[in-house]
Design a binder for this molecule. Structure first.
Ligand SMILES: NC(=O)c1ccc[n+]([C@@H]2O[C@H](COP(=O)([O-])OP(=O)(O)OC[C@H]3O[C@@H](n4cnc5c(N)ncnc54)[C@H](O)[C@@H]3O)[C@@H](O)[C@H]2O)c1
Length: 255
């Protein structure tokens, strides 16, 4: 099927790599105008150029409030509205409660929790004028918000936080009558560059990779395109009745 989000405008953070990249590729293929937002300017601009059409890149560090305001302004100037916001930018800080320093914990929360908060907040003026069945905010959480790991104290906290924040935001949008929905997506381990970054921080990378595989009852880890397919549904008017919900896509790993 093509054209499922024809004419919609979507801003995706973390769009230069991994899941964000797969999402903008799918959105563009389904007819949306995509605004790629990332701190990685070189990769983001290259991908926007490759996608062509109405795809554009905007530099955005999701921890910086003024940059969020500027990114939404850029989307408004270019397209005159916004229908979909995907909060996908993220990092995974490895460390237990005993060995992770305060700065590392804070930085993880800044990127993975404060970043989506700022997007959900400053996106309202644009998203409440979305076309069709209304605006859609998609927060990429993780199965790590459901299932804790001893070595992911900050990531677990940030992703659990974004999950519950999503419900509060969804309630606010609904009660305010904005016509914006807000849902969280919970992928299991998915094959993207973030895995290499986590393995590089591990004491025994081979053992950790084997542990990830064993975590998934289906016998494999996931593909970015599988997450993009779910995010396509959530961006489309087909998901108009879904809000405040946790969409788990994890090969059974949280069972
Ligand atoms: N890959 C997985 O196994 C997996 C599983 C569950 C959830 N997730 C979540 O999916 C999201 C994307 O992960 P990924 O696997 O694609 O990782 P990735 O490392 O491939 O991509 C992350 C992107 O975010 C960008 N980024 C990092 N910090 C940023 C900041 N401060 N401001 C703006 N952009 C920033 C990076 O430049 C990069 O382009 C993350 O939120 C991650 O926690 C990933």
């Amino acid at each position: 099927m093509t054209g499922r989000i024809e004419g919609k405008v979507a801003l995706v953070t973390g769009a230069a790599s991994g899941l964000g990249e797969a999402i903008v590729r799918r959105y563009a293929a389904e007819g949306a105008a995509v605004v790629l937002a990332d701190i990685d300017r070189a990769a983001g601009e290259a991908l926007a150029a490759e996608l062509g059409g109405s795809a554009t890149f905007v530099a955005l560090d999701v921890t910086q409030e003024d940059q969020w305001v500027a990114a939404f302004q850029a989307a408004d100037e270019r397209h005159g509205r916004l229908d979909v916001l995907v909060n996908c930018a993220g990092i995974t800080t490895v460390g237990s409660v005993e060995d992770l320093a305060l700065d590392g914990f804070r930085h993880e929360l800044d990127v993975d929790l404060l970043g989506p908060f700022l997007g959900c907040k400053h996106g309202i003026p644009l998203l409440k004028n979305a076309a069709g069945e209304g605006g859609s905010v998609i927060n990429i959480a993780s199965m790590a918000s459901i299932r804790a790991e001893h070595y992911l104290v900050a990531y677990n906290a940030a992703k659990a936080g974004v999950t519950h924040m999503t419900k509060s935001v969804a309630l606010h949008y609904a009660k305010a009558g904005y016509g914006i929905r807000c849902n969280s997506v919970h992928p299991g381990v998915i094959h993207t560059p973030i895995l290499d970054k986590v393995l590089a921080q591990a004491a025994d990378p081979d053992a950790l990779y084997a542990e990830w595989l064993a975590l998934h009852p289906v016998g494999r880890i996931g593909r970015p395109e599988e997450v993009a397919a779910l995010c396509l549904y959530l961006a489309s008017d087909e998901s108009a009745f879904a809000t405040g919900a946790e969409f788990v896509l994890d090969g059974g790993s949280s069972l």
